[in-house]
Design a protein around this ligand. Sequence first.
Ligand code: 8X3
Length: 250
Amino acid sequence: MKDKIIVITGASSGIGWATAEAFSQEGAKLILCGRRKEKLELLASKLNSKTLILTFDVRDRKAVFEALENLPEDWKNIDVLINNAGNAHGLDPVQTANLEDWDAMIDGNVKGLMYVTKALLPQMIESKKGHIINLGSIAGKEVYPNGSVYCSSKFAVDAFTQGLRIDLNKDGIKVGAIHPGLVQTEFSEIRFKGDQKRAAKVYEGIDALTAKDVADAILYMTKAPLHVNVADLVLLPTRQANAYISNRKI
Ligand code: 8X3
């Protein structure tokens, strides 16, 4: 991983932050993308790596292309893109759900991921190398109550990953996705709009995955030999069987 160039979206917290730490420990150079400049600067200051900070919102198509199509010359040769940016907003039935929440999830989790990918593809295709890893979810494998739009967004990530793998097959670029179950980050706090009590309940007694667990799995995907592509990886806490069944300690 030494001196490989890794792009991480949503690097300012959670899985993105932990992934930056994991790749930094391997000697990679990191392009840290996110909306919060101060957080990205704080992260960069803690890493023992060369870093480039790019501040944009993946939902802003113009900003995505402006930032990623004009990379400095010595940062252009991307090895790995980790499409991590994304969130859940609300947990509601379709009939009462908030349209702003829908837009945020579809625009960020789906269209944003697609924009970032498209912006970086010309470079990868030209160099005939590269590895794209998309952050899916078990919500992209099973639909659960009140999650119709979040699940739709993650099913879309799964479909896009499969389609991209087909389209890039002749170019020698690896495409894969990782689908975590419950990961203890600020995910639920954002989903429940700051309701920390409700968020904490989601992870009660389940020994949830940590952001580092997911980061380590992403690192594993990138360490496979050149002829091996970890195409689809579902990562669950041992206490979680699927989106419905968990063996909680309470
Ligand atoms: C996050 C996992 O189970 O809340 O994508 O959908 S879950």
